[in-house]
Write a protein that binds this ligand. Structure first.
Ligand SMILES: NC(=O)c1ccc[n+]([C@@H]2O[C@H](COP(=O)([O-])OP(=O)(O)OC[C@H]3O[C@@H](n4cnc5c(N)ncnc54)[C@H](OP(=O)(O)O)[C@@H]3O)[C@@H](O)[C@H]2O)c1
Length: 281
């Protein structure tokens, strides 16, 4: 089953499964079971974050699966409250401890927070460079970075982020940020790939789904895969987890891809990275 998920090569030479399982908004009490179920279905890539409050349960789910740690690609992200380098170092130690792991496959700066910390996300990135150097983060990347933020990292730091995890779905196709990422060897990861369900009732999506005899979620996820982005839909519903995994035995033709591309209306479901300034209490 897992052989069906392609792997993309990152700019540091490592590879990442193009389809994973997201655990945002899965309460800790449900997260271990959800991760176990996902791994049983065949997912081998879990996307969590310190701010999701479920790293410990994610780690337990992976351990309980009986899979080798090396066979599961695990991403976590730095809490917005810990951008200062010493805080980032402590937070990264805590992430590894919670996951019960001595490394993560990918560690991200969750948000750039350009209006906080005096606009300094550069020293934060340098802390992540340390985690990459000491091998505890196999790859490092960013999330919700706009091209201007990436330009600053390019000018002032050594390592180009391996990924940029941003909101992408048919109502927010993000061509500008994706083009920047592509031109600089950064893989785009698409968060909220089905816009938390909002795109599934769209008539155009329904028409494409009918034409290939698949569900709306499957055609939207397939659209992301064919665009070359990484996706990790979230679900606590086992039948949907199976549905979202079964997207590698059909293709969308150019007309279907263009129809979904055409749905862009610049509509975010989440915050704007240029102004987002949330720090957990
Ligand atoms: N870096 C960031 O700032 C950031 C922000 C947001 C998300 N993310 C990551 O991206 C992942 C995915 O994004 P997301 O959780 O916001 O949204 P999403 O994956 O686009 O959508 C999840 C929602 O869709 C429902 N759903 C899932 N599969 C479905 C299907 N086949 N048919 C109908 N409904 C379906 C789920 O319901 P049930 O669970 O009830 O089945 C849930 O309500 C997150 O879990 C997280 O890992 C990152």
């Amino acid at each position: 089953m897992t052989d069906t998920v392609p792997r993309l090569t990152l700019n540091d030479g490592r590879t990442i499964p193009q389809l994973g399982f997201g655990v945002f908004q899965i309460p800790p009490a449900e997260a271990e079971k959800a991760v176990r179920t996902a791994l049983d279905i065949g997912y081998r890539h879990i996307d969590t974050a310190e701010m999701y409050g479920n790293e410990r349960e994610v780690g337990r789910g992976i351990a309980a699966s009986g899979l080798d740690r090396a066979d599961v690609f695990v991403t976590s992200k730095l809490n917005n409250g810990f951008h200062r380098p010493d805080d980032a170092r402590r937070a990264f130690d805590a992430t590894l401890e919670a996951l019960g792991a001595d490394y993560v496959d990918l560690f991200l700066v969750h948000w750039p927070l350009p209006t906080l910390y005096g606009g300094d996300f550069v020293s934060t990135w340098r802390a992540l460079e340390e985690f990459a150097s000491d091998g505890r983060a196999r790859s490092i990347g960013v999330s919700n970075f706009q091209p201007a933020h990436l330009e600053r990292l390019a000018a002032e730091t050594d390592i180009v982020p391996a990924v940029n995890q941003i909101e992408v779905h048919p109502y927010l196709t993000q061509e500008t940020v994706r083009a920047y990422d592509r031109a600089h060897g950064i893989v785009t990861e698409a968060w909220s790939p089905i816009a938390q369900g909002k795109v599934l009732g769209d008539q155009v999506v329904a028409t494409v789904a009918d034409s290939v005899e698949r569900t709306p979620a499957q055609v939207v996820l397939r659209w992301h895969i064919q665009r070359g982005d990484v996706v990790f839909p979230k679900s606590v519903t086992p039948a949907r987890m199976e549905e979202n995994f079964a997207i590698f035995d059909f293709t969308l033709d150019a007309e279907a891809m263009a129809a979904l591309d055409g749905l862009d209306r610049g509509e975010r479901t989440g915050p704007d990275p240029d102004t987002f300034d949330y720090i957990p209490g």
